[in-house]
Design a protein around this ligand. Structure first.
Ligand code: FES
Length: 181
């Protein structure tokens, strides 16, 4: 696969911009999804309280359990039930630390006193639009430099809603796709 560097578009493997990472309807059950993009693992879910979509780095800072991957051995989560989404937060399946949509741990069931600031995971900027979930990815960690190019009428339920066809995953640089359209 050609890299961004090969295209002389910068030094980073994955470019800066908005990327589609899921169909919105995949999150309607509140069951968290384990997704992988940009060579990283993430936990993606829809908050029960606000209905907003949340994307967190996948691995709990306690003992590196994946917050969203299906499992059959955890202490607190029944496999595949999505019961670890609480309010707009998510509990780690292993020892039940809860992380808010900002990625900060806000509850440790057996712990009294303040929660260390290091007990957090990165929370990513996401937008739900056009029937899909989009993440702002910047390899240098910057805030979005432009708004997601949403089309307001496509998010209006009075219009026909977009439908996505899954064509599979292509192991290529996004620029190759544009070049070959
Ligand atoms: S590994 Fe996540 S709470 Fe222990």
């Amino acid at each position: 696969m050609a890299t961004t560097n090969d295209y002389r578009l910068g030094d980073f493997t994955f470019p800066r911009g908005w990327f589609m990472i899921a169909e919105a309807k995949e999150l309607d059950t509140h069951k968290p999804l384990a997704v992988r993009f940009f060579g990283k693992d993430f936990a993606l879910y829809r908050g029960r309280a606000s209905g907003k979509v949340v994307l967190l780095d996948a691995y709990c800072p306690h003992m590196k359990t994946h917050l969203a991957a299906p499992n059959r051995t955890s202490y607190v989560i029944q496999d595949g039930m999505g019961t670890n989404v609480e309010g707009d937060g998510i509990r780690c399946p292993y020892h039940a630390w809860r992380f808010g949509p900002d990625g900060k741990c806000d509850d440790i069931p057996y712990h009294q006193g303040p929660i260390p600031a290091a007990a957090c995971v990165k929370s990513w900027t996401v937008v739900e639009s056009l029937g899909a979930v989009w993440v702002w990815h910047d390899p240098e960690g910057g805030e979005p430099e432009w708004q997601h190019p949403s089309l307001a009428h496509c998010d209006d339920p009075q219009w026909v809603q977009p439908k996505w066809d899954h064509l599979g995953m292509l192991n290529l640089h996004p620029q190759e796709l544009v070049d070959n359209i």
